[in-house]
Design a protein around this ligand. Structure first.
Ligand SMILES: Cc1cc2nc3c(=O)[nH]c(=O)nc-3n(C[C@H](O)[C@H](O)[C@H](O)COP(=O)(O)O)c2cc1C
Length: 329
């Protein structure tokens, strides 16, 4: 269990925000496989404030897709205020602020992880969010901008002072991207300094690595990102492993094919036939990464535009000789 402000989450493990990936179909599939709490894709406060149609479409709207955290990206108070108002009106359970995004286009404008270099501006933005939001406000950070400016502890303390109710930390610097392994030490330091819950992120790619994250850092919870790609079962597997030290068997080929079909149909329900199939392409490739013939399937998946083509592929995979295609952890 995790308690973030007044919000109680019945799991210590959640789905991390993933722009371009963790959309409604992906979140629903994750929930069906055991995920209790999920994040939206990152939403630009500016675009939301302007009520951009594409951005409004990205807002979680399915009542089954709850409890959910909305993550905002922003660098100015006025649009953040408007975005917070919209978020209030939709009643999301949690509101997160992104000071972690490493993408150049974002940091060039002073948003995302660039805010780690401007703690006083970050403080001001958090103040606006905490004052305005009905839901508990949280902050997502990286360990620092670069190896010479690792300031996660100071930024985390500042956020706590501003009334932030939990801290999410990806234990890598902005400059590091995804290179090297996650820095458990910096997460532990942040955890020891804070009274609010610390939810750790980075390399939580298997139940064993999640346990390692808890053991090494003393964190209160973990957010899983890449480990859930093509493997929504990771949420169930983590729960079981943390409870009893045993990882359930990998899903059978039939179960995997059924899940792929369901995921495809959720994509189609969300985006319509052709766009839904196109949206599902990358997910199919993640599901089948344990197959030797992956390149051949990938080529075909990326040409598919009709549901029937994608279903044909899934059914071919279902009758392939392997019993299991989801690789062991
Ligand atoms: C495709 C992708 C998109 C991501 N988008 C976001 C995002 O919008 N907001 C955010 O805070 N983190 C984002 N992240 C970072 C993850 O939430 C997470 O912190 C990071 O991937 C480390 O966790 P992992 O090792 O379990 O993948 C993204 C990661 C991936 C792989």
């Amino acid at each position: 269990m995790l308690k973030i402000g007044d919000l109680i989450i019945n799991s210590k493990c959640m789905l991390a925000p993933m722009a371009g990936v963790a959309d409604t179909p992906f979140r629903l599939i994750s929930r069906e496989a055991g995920c209790v709490f999920a994040f939206s894709e990152m939403i630009s406060a500016k675009a939301l404030a302007y009520r951009s149609k594409n951005t409004l479409r990205m807002l979680p709207a399915n009542p089954v897709d709850r409890p959910i955290g909305l993550q905002l990206l922003g660098d100015d108070e006025a649009s953040l205020l408007k975005a917070v108002d919209i978020s209030n009106s939709l009643g999301f359970e949690l509101l997160d602020f992104n000071a972690a995004c490493p993408v150049g286009k974002v940091t060039a404008k002073g948003a995302g992880s660039a805010l780690l270099k401007e703690p006083s501006k970050l403080k001001q933005l958090l103040r606006v969010m905490v004052r305005g939001s009905n839901a508990p406000v949280t902050l997502k950070i990286r360990s620092g901008w670069d190896e010479n400016s690792v300031n996660a502890r100071d930024v985390a303390l500042l956020a706590q002072d501003e009334g932030v109710k939990a801290l999410f930390i990806h234990g890598r610097t902005r400059m590091q991207g995804y290179r090297g392994s996650v820095d458990y030490e910096v997460i532990k330091e942040v955890k020891q300094a804070l009274q609010i819950p610390v939810i750790a992120s980075g390399d939580c790619l298997s139940p064993q690595l999640v346990k390692k994250m808890f053991d090494e850092t003393g964190c209160d919870g973990v957010a899983v990102a890449r480990g859930a790609l093509g493997n929504p079962w990771i949420f169930r597997d983590i729960e079981e492993y943390l409870k009893g030290g045993v990882i359930p068997e990998r899903p059978s080929l039939d179960e995997t094919a059924d899940t792929m079909t369901r995921h495809l149909d959720l994509c189609i329900a969300e985006k319509g036939g052709k766009r839904g199939v196109m949206l599902f392409r990358k997910h199919l490739v993640w599901y089948i990464r344990g197959l030797a013939e992956i390149r051949r399937y990938k080529e075909r998946a990326f040409k598919a535009v009709a549901r029937q083509e994608m279903i044909g592929l899934i059914e071919e995979i279902r009758v392939s000789e392997k019993k299991i295609i989801i690789p062991p952890y």
